[in-house]
Design a protein. Structure first.
Length: 425
């Protein structure tokens, strides 16, 4: 399992890059070059050869293509936490699970209260998500005043939150289903599971299978994000040797590497020493689970490229003469109230209920004051909320209203949460 500090370090740096991409998108969309921004996102790109392939606008390739890597990493994180992390036992997972459930239900209900009986009610899933990059990034900036238990709680909460968001996308934001394509996707997943059982550990094998799964789900009508998460669940999570065995064998081989060479004029190793080094490399590979290796490899790619590009493509809100009307749109109000008020209310309320019923325990060093601060940060929906809004609405006016609500609530949640965290002792 990756240390929380290392995981959080990536999130802090990623949050800075994400903010920069967001500001660039907003500035570009409100500049004299706005038409260039819209034209770039709408430009059609075909991937394939000899007339065979997929032709989609850049905007779709970003949201359905690049974001597949994001959801794959989310799937890896979910599996890791379920096997050896904060979700590995019911007692440890109870509090963040309770918080996530309340943090999804209350915002959705508040949103519906503003949009009930209208087509806008379709966007009830928008204020349910938490952006772990932004939220954990702000939490880490507070330094040592924030207990480790609070950081772990927020990480686990966001992961459970992601599970809920993925389920909602798969169930409620799928219009039609092609059973044939879905069967093909299921068969490919079965092949991936079989490869896992047979001891296949090469990432390229799972990449090829995963590409097929993504294409099958894309053609099935079920959103391709589910394909990425399901594919992540098939990645091997076991090592071939344990750490104790690794240490014993590496020490033995290092004694061979440490033997003096025949010639002092050259640094070249002997054949025996070279073989010993190769065996050490193989042992290190055998002691690492492919799941962790892939997560470690892909996390920087997702953090510093995929998510910033997604923000650049989705955060370009134009603030024109009709912006005042947008703030009064029920979609904008519902999203903003759901994230800013519904998130902390749902998280703290459900955690309190679970604690009072003795269904969960507070992490070491965590107080209710700290939990409230973290729950406010939960109102930073950004990435996931923008993604769901692109699925919920197709007309520009509704998308604009949703994005304004997301940006407004996320900014206020970040500011208020940062102040509350700064006051922790």
């Amino acid at each position: 399992m990756f240390p929380v500090a290392d995981f959080a370090h990536n999130k802090v740096a990623g949050a800075v890059v994400l903010i920069a991409a967001t500001l660039i998108a907003i500035a570009w969309a409100n500049s004299p070059w706005e038409d260039t921004y819209r034209a770039l996102l709408g430009a059609e790109v075909q991937i394939g050869i000899a007339g065979y392939g997929l032709a989609k606008p850049v905007y779709i390739w970003v949201n359905d293509g690049l974001m597949a890597f994001f959801f794959f990493v989310v799937g890896l994180e979910i599996k890791r936490e379920a096997l050896a992390g904060e979700l590995s036992s019911l007692r440890k997972a109870a509090l963040p699970i309770a918080g996530a459930i309340g943090g999804m239900a209350v915002p959705a209900l508040l949103y519906i209260s503003f949009t009930a009986g209208t087509a806008a009610s379709r966007g009830w899933g928008i204020p349910m998500a938490t952006d772990i990059a932004f939220a954990l990034g702000i939490l880490m900036l507070a330094g040592p005043r924030v207990p480790l238990g609070l950081k772990v709680f927020l990480t686990a909460l966001a992961i459970v939150d992601d599970i809920g968001a993925i389920a909602i996308i798969a169930i409620f934001y799928t219009d039609s289903i092609s059973i044939g394509s879905l069967v093909v996707g299921a068969m490919l997943l079965l092949i991936s599971i079989t490869a896992n059982r047979c001891g296949v550990r090469k990432a390229v094998v799972y990449f090829i299978i995963g590409t097929g799964v993504w294409l099958a789900f894309l053609a099935s009508g079920v959103h391709a994000t589910l394909a990425s998460v399901l594919m992540a669940m098939t990645i091997p999570a076991k090592t071939r040797i344990d750490c104790a065995n690794l240490a014993t064998r590496v020490v033995s081989l290092l004694s061979v590497v440490g033997q003096p060479t025949r010639s002092r004029r050259t640094q070249l190793l002997t054949a025996t020493q070279q073989q010993a080094l190769q065996k050490i490399r193989q042992l290190i590979s055998d002691a690492s689970a492919p799941l962790q290796e892939l997560e470690h490899t892909l996390l920087p790619l997702v953090t510093f490229f995929v998510l910033p590009v997604f923000a650049l493509a989705n955060a370009g809100v134009s603030f024109g003469a009709d912006s005042v009307e947008t703030f009064g749109n029920p979609i904008c109000i519902g999203v903003a109230v759901g994230l800013l008020i519904g998130k902390p209310l749902g998280i703290v309320g459900s955690c309190l209920i679970a604690y009072k019923l003795n269904l969960a325990e507070m992490p070491q060093g965590v107080t209710w004051r700290g939990l409230l601060a973290v729950s406010v940060l939960g109102g930073i929906g950004f990435t996931m909320s923008l993604f769901v809004s692109s699925l919920a609405f197709f007309d520009p006016e509704s998308q604009q209203a949703a994005r304004v609500g997301i940006l407004l609530a996320s900014t206020l949640s970040a500011a208020i949460g940062a102040v509350l965290i700064a006051r922790l002792r």
